[in-house]
Design a protein around this ligand. Sequence first.
Ligand code: ADP
Ligand code: MG
Length: 406
Amino acid sequence: IDGNIQEDMEKLQNAFPGFRHRYRLIKRIGEGTFSTVYKAEDLQYDRYDNSWDFEKETEKWSAPPLKSFTTQSSMTLESTIGSTPESQQLQQRRKPKFVAIKKIYVTSSPNRILNELELLHDLRNCPSVCPLITAFRQTDQVIAILPYFRHSDFRQYFREMTVPDMAIYLRSLFTALSFVHARNILHRDIKPTNFLYDPATQRGVLVDFGLAEREGVDCKPCLCHDDPLNRKNRLRAAHHASSAPHNGYPKQDTRPSRRANRAGTRGFRAPEVLFKCTEQTTKIDIWSVGVILLTILSRRFPFFNSADDVEAMIEIATIFGQKRMRAAGQLHGCMFETTIPTIGTAGFSLERIILWSTCRSDGGEKLSKYEQMAVDFLNRCMELDPGRRISADEALEHEFLSLGAE
Ligand code: ADP
Ligand code: MG
């Protein structure tokens, strides 16, 4: 292990009194914008109910209440130690139990950290969502303890996936989303590194609720959520306004600037996020799943590779074309205009895009029957209009995902 990592691991072990009696740090497994994650062995896992054992009953996943985090000002690990010869013997006989220790950067706001832990606690019994075992705080440092889930790097397996493999993968992801969305929670950062998947067992768990939010918090009404009649009238008015003559970009723009939650990862952001719709719903997660499926079908990762939101908009517009982008913008009271020559009026079908990406467009090749089924499903996930986009529950009923049913 490289010296810096070793040093960080030492620091973590020293920060929490009693750490070494409770956990044996093994290696660093992830480093992101908001946290560092380590694999560790839980030396006293039998002190908790061990229902988080992935290999056993996944339905009974549960975590003890977050008492230690929310009500005690400073929880030390020492109070949970006291290993007896007896328990040591037990440990020797048992298979080691592994946990993932997520060290949340101290620069994250306390509200953000509490939000993540509370949401995980709310979601503790949801299949395919990685449960929280417990969490500890020492002064400003918070660590979350999760069951370790064996998984492979997406880039290692996505090119080999058959259409039924894709259905199994997505069924698992949509199962998680169906529970998350039923609790009115938006994950906001759906992407391959946040869905841990083991191709060998074909099981996956959703992780990383660091950007998740409850639906409806901090939202202003947006056109895309009007009732159908209201929406039709307002769309007509917006269309009328945008077809009126105008001379390029306004010099003195008096319109109020739009601010909306733009959390998430470039390339996976839904069009309504790019259009800065103020009332974002669980449908933004569905779009992101669509981007994952497009990546797998086109065998290209990352599929979208934009540096900012404007580039992201250009990439989406290149596929969907000006006409559909204009209609999508109007839903959120935005005008979509461009002089970029590669953005055509009609755009391309996702079928075309996939045939191109997989070098099958020359000989007039067609998608297989299964692939066509996947593309029909993809079209439902990548609906520009969030109101028409498929929901997680509807997705689980779709014929494509039934290919992945046991
Ligand atoms: P971040 O907010 O830094 O992205 P994540 O919760 O996404 O934090 O974790 C980062 C990485 O750590 C994941 O992409 C994954 O590789 C690894 N990881 C997180 N949780 C687990 C877990 N329960 N089991 C195994 N690996 C995990
Ligand atoms: Mg992550």
